[in-house]
Design a protein around this ligand. Sequence first.
Ligand code: NAD
Ligand code: USQ
Length: 397
Amino acid sequence: MRIAVLGGDGFVGWPTSLHLSDLGHEVHIIDNLSRRWIDAELGVQSLTPMDSIQERCRIWHEVTGRKLHFHLLDIAQEYERLRGWLSETRPDAIIHFAEQRAAPYSMKTDRHKVYTVNNNVNATHNLLAALVETGIDAHLIHLGTMGVYGYSTVGAAIPEGYLEVGIETMDGRNVSQEILYPTRPGSVYHMTKSLDQILFQFYAQNDGLRITDLHQGIVWGTHTDQTRRHPQLINRFDYDGDYGTVLNRFLIQAAIGYPLTVHGTGGQTRAFIHIKDSVRCVELALGDAPKAGERVKIFNQMTETHRVRDLAEMVAQRAGGSVAYLPNPRKEAAENDLVVRNEQFLALGLEPTTLAEGLLDEIVEVARKFAHRIDRKRVPAVSAWTRELAKLVDTDP
Ligand code: NAD
Ligand code: USQ
């Protein structure tokens, strides 16, 4: 297949591009490199040293003989170029990672909120409008988030996207209707993914676009089979207070002897997936495209759930280090349970990689190897959800 990977220079997009290229697909990476600019804005860098995207593609070609095509394009701001590229290249499938994905970054200031909404909503809508205009029948796979559901299960497992609800009609009959699971986003970033869902629903219904939305949990890990093949194919690894996600952060904190930064009581339960499973899920979703006229296909892309404080205690025990319980800069439930249904990917053959498989030690090793690149001042999470919470956060630890 000819596959466009939008956001293919990012943490999940890069290993996905390599995985799909390795399977023999013709892969086109589209990226505006905004993530690299945001590193510059925040004064941080990936824990792992990343080469330019052009250099990464050159190395992949040298190592495997396979070509990755890179196109510098902003899909949120360059609509005409996006439409032109699509009608010229006519991909069979499009994997859409190209959004601003950090909740803390999206909550930093009003400017960051505006940027995140403009970028993410326009990126998705431009793509949908361009697909209709060019008449390209590509399967669109979007990387969404578990966070669209909110994290409170009211004692019931979260289904894969849809909820069957019973309604009493005005003439007293009981009918049932399938609706998108009500969204309850916890940040401006998560809110944009909720808005994406409505855009997908409309374009699938109105224009028969074939869309899969992957509601993914927190991705942990760094290496995949392909990124290991050469030191310059290494994946990015975010550790800072805005972009670093919780488990990867705990692992680097343990590696450098920084007290593990648990927010509040650490009672938040979240869904997780290893990066190797994340790229495998995209492959499985590619082989299971919906037909034109079908509703948007939604998968819950996660393999296990964990409570934040349990993760911290486990990492501290395995890798050494202490746990610090800090004021929570986020507005979120102090404690929540989370049960998630994920039968669809398991039925397609996903064999989950779990925390128990020794991969935690591998990440600690990576962190120790590149510890000299870590700026300890960038470790604390200081982006607060409200002005009141900002007063609690220690910005100068
Ligand atoms: P990332 O920030 O590392 O990668 C996103 C890439 O998209 C970057 O290379 C960025 O430059 C590019 N991009 C952003 N806006 C663009 C635009 N307008 N035009 C072109 N390129 C643009 O993020 P990631 O961790 O790889 O996440 C990828 C996707 O998966 C995101 O949509 C995210 O919401 C979703 N996701 C990530 C995680 C996670 O834990 N990392 C979990 C669930 C879902
Ligand atoms: N947390 C800590 N300490 C830290 C960092 C985080 O206790 O040092 C807590 C947070 O308060 C939160 C939980 O850990 O309760 C998860 O935070 P996170 O930053 O790991 O994850 P989140 O903000 O939800 O975002 C990440 C990705 C996002 C993706 C989402 C999937 O950045 O792109 O959509 O995970 S999910 O969480 O399932 O919605």
